[in-house]
Design a binder for this molecule. Structure first.
Ligand SMILES: Nc1ncnc2c1ncn2[C@@H]1O[C@H](COP(=O)(O)OP(=O)(O)OP(=O)(O)O)[C@@H](O)[C@H]1O
Ligand SMILES: [Mg+2]
Length: 234
């Protein structure tokens, strides 16, 4: 256990939103770490702060206070340019609502991260072929997101998250819009890619059958994050 390396480490992370004269503390002093190669599931009720926490850790949002270290680098201290490059290189993000760019085709959306990724030795073609086959989107590549079903949009978003072979993948309800069969297939792909690349996988999910497969589960409740052991009641 002790010789495992920590890839993500946060300390006293706080993110507040001001809603008129009300302050909502979406993430409240979250302190946790994730080891390299771990699969961590984050569960918790709607509005408890799961997406906010994920966005902070993926460098898509800034905390009010606290630190977020990825491979020892505090991403809260990086300039926007540094953070953009760091994200392109190391981080894959699957959003809760896909976040595909509506004017771009599926293929253009998938390839977007390759434009921001400074990995001269990496050529994405082989990975692209593997992803579009595994995700069954080969015949949808030249369509706009509005011409795809919700499940297809989600699979395009997953391909986009994995195209740069990121070391750490954050997935916010990646199977939320999929039926059981497709959800199982997507999880299988995420776990297979994880094993192949030694990735670290952090998934927010309401799906307990996914959470049960994780190495470790954490639960958010009203902004507070805590370790969790799944029982038959969950
Ligand atoms: N941009 C925003 N502006 C103001 N308040 C926000 C914003 N984003 C989130 N919040 C608030 O922060 C809290 C946490 O929201 P968050 O989206 O992180 O929850 P969640 O656990 O992901 O919920 P769900 O399971 O429904 O996706 C909620 O009270 C929400 O209303
Ligand atoms: Mg959410």
């Amino acid at each position: 256990m002790e010789d495992r390396r920590i890839i993500l480490e946060t300390e006293n992370l706080i993110r507040q939103y001001r809603q008129y004269d009300l302050v909502v503390t979406a993430v409240n002093r979250a302190t946790f770490h994730v080891y390299e190669g771990e699969f961590v599931a984050i569960i918790g009720p709607s509005g408890s702060g799961k997406s906010t926490l994920l966005h902070l850790c993926a460098g898509l949002d800034r905390p009010n206070s606290g630190t977020i270290k990825i491979r020892g680098n505090d991403i809260t201290k990086m300039s926007p340019d540094e953070l953009g490059e760091f994200r392109g290189k190391y981080i894959g993000m699957i959003f809760q609502n896909h976040n595909l760019i509506p004017q771009f085709t599926a293929l253009e959306n998938i390839l977007l991260p390759t434009l921001m990724c400074n990995k001269p030795e990496y050529s994405y073609e082989q990975n692209l072929r593997k992803l579009i086959t595994a995700l069954d989107i080969a015949d949808r590549l030249h369509h706009l997101p509005s011409e795809l079903s919700g499940g297809q949009q989600q699979r395009v978003a997953i391909a986009r998250a994995l195209i740069n072979l990121p070391l750490i993948v954050f997935a916010d309800e990646p199977t939320g819009n999929l039926d059981r069969k497709n959800a199982d297939e997507v999880l299988h792909l995420l776990l297979e890619t994880k094993e192949l690349l030694g990735q670290t996988l952090i998934i927010v999910t309401h799906d307990m059958s996914i959470a049960r497969k994780a190495d470790r589960v954490m639960r958010m409740d009203n902004g507070f994050l805590a370790p969790w052991r799944i029982t038959a009641e969950d």
